[in-house]
Design a protein around this ligand. Structure first.
Ligand code: SOE
Length: 402
């Protein structure tokens, strides 16, 4: 496809779920999109030699290393792709930016506001030297989501009144699920809030063009102790037939909050890993004075659109199949009606990153955009801890029939 001989040599840190998703995108992007530069999957990094060697072979990387500093110090690496747990995002990204490497960092940007501010400041300095940086909020690159943003920007919904966002999973409902890194604050920064709540915070701000200005929140940790994972498998292990030792869960299992957006909209957000039966259920509904639009990740090729300007006898939610060539990103794939999947959002992410770096413009979302998400995460955490706006329901003082 691409005739360019310009290469962007990528070094990726991490080889778990996001490492695999990013690898698929790096493998595919130049075969689908005609871009001003080609991504070369030069080096993958992971701490375990055997596992990272296997990952290099399985995911299609030229070589591997067990020290991420190798990537930073080499002058034949142009891009650092950070796919590690949140507790190493800042250290790796700061070193990469200082070394003049372009950086793509998975979400959420960091584990704390302080780290996110430092990363954003470093990105600004590096930007002056032509070094680009982006945070990997991949759902922005689902064609239906990009179209949702366009409908709002074109005024098709009128004045935005309500935003209603949920991101629901259920992978830790079993109390025997082990205490993996995502359940430890020092590794992950927060639980469902930062992992999946960050997505709906970014996505709703991206779609509406409005920023969350204030929140009132509750969070809950339903299972407070979990078996320590076996070093090797990461599964709960028994020790000599006895129940494995346990450790404390130090993050939220669920976060629920109301919010005001700076354009006047009222919003509700729910991020939970205890929504039994919901596997990766992200849903956003936007209500405006002239219409509404709904995105459901389980039906990511579609949008539901209600146009209140239509004659009343014709009004109703229409189902838009977002697979036409004119729809965002879709001309690169298949004919209309041939749908795409979750992994395509990462290919679109790499497309936009490569094009921005190769043409010398700043990709979005920037670290500053990701800092805004981090600030919302922090406000939710503070609100939940303070409980300040919480009004207890007074007891009825009668014995209600239960
Ligand atoms: C786990 O909740 C996870 O892998 C998130 O970390 C990703 O960002 C999300 O896209 C899918 O679920």
């Amino acid at each position: 496809m691409s005739t360019t001989d310009k290469e962007l040599r990528v070094g990726m840190v991490g080889y778990a779920f996001m490492g695999a998703a990013h690898s698929q995108a790096w493998r595919t992007v130049n075969r689908v999109f005609d871009l001003p530069a080609r991504a070369r999957m030069a080096l993958i990094c992971g701490r375990d030699t055997t596992k990272v060697a296997d990952a290099a072979d399985r995911l299609g990387w030229d070589a591997y290393t067990t020290d991420w500093r190798d990537l930073i110090n080499r002058d034949d690496i142009d891009v650092i792709d950070v796919c590690t747990p949140g507790d190493s995002h800042a250290e790796i990204a700061l070193a990469a930016l200082a070394a003049g490497k372009h950086v793509l960092c998975e979400k959420p940007l960091a584990n704390t506001v302080a780290e996110a501010r430092a990363m954003t400041a470093a990105a600004e300095v590096a930007r002056a030297a032509g070094v680009r940086s982006m945070c990997g909020f991949n759902y922005r690159r689902v064609p239906a989501v990009t179209m949702m943003r366009q409908l709002v920007a074109d005024g098709r919904l009128g004045v935005i009144r309500h935003v209603r966002a949920t991101y629901l999973q259920d992978w830790i409902v079993d109390p025997q699920f082990p205490l993996v890194w995502r359940l430890q604050k020092d590794r992950a920064g927060s639980g469902a809030l930062g992992d999946i709540g960050a997505h709906i915070i970014d996505l709703t701000q991206f779609v509406t063009g409005q920023r969350i200005s204030g929140v009132s929140a509750v969070t809950e940790t339903f299972v407070k102790e979990r078996p320590l994972p076996a070093e090797s498998s990461g599964l709960a292990a028994t020790v000599d037939g006895h129940k494995a030792p346990t450790g404390p869960v130090t993050v939220d299992d669920a976060a629920v909050f109301v919010a005001r957006l700076d354009g006047g909209a009222l919003a509700t957000y729910e991020a939970s890993r205890f929504a039994t039966g919901r596997k990766n259920a992200l849903r956003v509904e936007i209500n405006g004075s002239l219409g509404s639009v709904i995105f459901d990740l389980e039906r990511l090729n579609e949008l539901e659109f209600y146009d209140a300007t239509r004659p009343s006898v014709e009004q109703g939610f229409s189902r838009i199949l977002v697979t036409e060539g004119e729809h965002p990103y879709m001309s690169a794939w298949w004919p209309p009606g041939h749908i795409i999947g979750y992994e395509h959002s990462f290919t679109h992410e790499m497309r936009d990153f490569i094009e921005a770096v190769a043409t010398g413009v700043d990709p979005t979302p920037s670290f500053a955009d990701a800092l805004q998400v981090q600030l919302v995460l922090d406000a939710v955490t503070r609100s939940a801890e303070l409980g300040s706006s919480w009004a207890e329901v007074e007891p009825a003082l009668i014995t209600a029939a239960v």
